[in-house]
Design a protein around this ligand. Sequence first.
Ligand code: GLA
Length: 430
Amino acid sequence: MSRAACLLVIISLMSPAAEALDNGLALKPTMGWLHWERFMCNIDCDTDPNNCISERLYMQMADVMVKEGWKEAGYEYVCIDDCWPSHQRDAQGRLQADPKRFPGGIKKLADYIHSKGLKLGIYADVGDKTCAGYPGSLGYYEKDAQTFADWDVDLLKFDGCFMNRALLGEGYTNMSKALNNTGRPILYSCEWPLYEWPLKQPNYTAIRDTCNHWRNFDDVFDSWSSVKSILDWTAAHQDIIVPAAGPGGWNDPDMLVIGNFGLSHDQQESQMALWAIMASPLLMSNDLRDICPRSKELLQNKRIIDISQDSMGKQGYRTAKGNDFEVWERPLSKKRLAVAVLNKLEIGGPRGFDIGAAPGWKICGPQCNVTQILPQYKEMGVQTQQSKIIVSVNPSGTALLTVTPISSDFTRLHKLNWQGTFVRRKHTIL
Ligand code: GLA
């Protein structure tokens, strides 16, 4: 074999099995805000000017994101969902924003959002119509991609209503190409697998090649039963979907509904913890202008966001269940592990869970360092595989911890004092 051929073989052996969409975007799960769950298709600006889908809503959200620490915490994309366009395309066949609700047009809105150091997302549909009945992009992929690029849009959520299911793959792929051909980096958020599952098992290699994230399952509602159903679906399909996730492409279990009406605080903590474990996009759908301080603190919790944004980019999954507990674990960079223990029993009070029963606890041999993040921050210090730590978990709440293994090289240089904390040896024996 020639040297060049040999090099090619080596390179191809080194490449990961599933390539991500090659647009350099979503190297970490996307963070931002998306209007749908909270504001839906409220187009009544006459009687509800504060909450209707209008340029004002996104401008106000962007203002708050900068002023109230959201941008600093990592939330970057301000995203428009359905119901923004006019029911008619313009004379050149281009989509246009509803003139009454978006008097400045989308380009001006994008300029405003960019002036705040944020990015703008928009919504369209692969089929004839959007889910709420606005013009779809079928037959207009190039034109719509170019229009979004001309407007300086940064993200496209591409829905799958009113489309022949057999043609979903072709449609999503063609729009991906059309976006790439504009030369503008536009993050591509798909719903391809969600619409394809009723027909056949989606091809996640192709999806990862085409999209930066993809919805698999039903829309999230503002309720614990909805969040639970998403977790159940994800765990039931984890063998198929988890390997597809990684830098550049992520499974999308839909928006965070933290800060709304339907979840107790424990349930909000569960959504935040599990969305971080699942390496999900963190797209909040809430009213940032009026949000309870505890929800805000949770959504801006740096330690949870660090798990979500971990540089290794591996999605976590359910590793154990029993006695109405579920253990979810996510491998993190530097051989660390995030562990979430969800109490699924919706009756009674807090229940204890022996964290040593988590399958990942084996990284505590010989020793590990443990930090509890939820329900409250607590340094638990150095532990061994034999340690018995009981974490208390409220009904429908979650305890979230990180576990950092301590290598045997390190332990050889140290000894445990009687309290179980490390002291440095004066003379190290190598
Ligand atoms: C579908 C999507 C939702 C939302 C609505 C808008 O249901 O799954 O996320 O975009 O359409 O009509």
